[in-house]
Unconditional design. Sequence first.
Lengths: 88, 88
Amino acid sequence: MFETTEIKDIKEGIGEYVKSIRKLRKLSQSELAALLSVSRTTIQNLEAGNNFTVDTLLKVMKEFDLLDQLNKHIQDAKQHAEATQSLY
Amino acid sequence: MFETTEIKDIKEGIGEYVKSIRKLRKLSQSELAALLSVSRTTIQNLEAGNNFTVDTLLKVMKEFDLLDQLNKHIQDAKQHAEATQSLY
DNA sequence: GCATATTGCATAGTATACTGGTCAATATGT
DNA sequence: ACATATTGACCAGTATACTATGCAATATGC
């Protein structure tokens, strides 16, 4: 049907996700921030669902070895879009 | 084994992906920018693989009805992380 | 070929994400 | 209970994403 998810929902979901994997690794916000060379405030805002840059999110995902997986998703999605394109 | 994908690769991949779905919808950068109430420069930078905010990316994905799908991915990933957590 | 639309890139000003710091409230461990 | 660590929230200053604009290079359509 129609889109029910809002941008705010996604940002909050990402924040909760980052928090859960950070806990999995038994890291404090300060420790994670230090690993990524960003401030704790940046981690705090990300986890709180405020606006942030992709660089910040991707630094987190790189730290947690999620970049290759994400890259596959993006490449698949791109291939799908380009395949659809070529039908016309 | 080890992570081979770099942050820059992801941003470029996202840029190419956005460009391909924009073309699918037969929109110019200016038209998409107007739909999202952002500047063409912002779309240009996103597609070029420069740094950008999640708000910008999510506005694009919302326009292309991709938020629900993205939300599912995030919730699944979060569930997985929390399930792993509870094993300890 | 030509005219028009679109794109890539640069630049200056504005908005805002990021930084570094502090403090109170809340967890955590002994 | 207590001491310590962690978190959430705020604030002032800095870095940078976003805006608006212009222009050259490249597509697109006639």
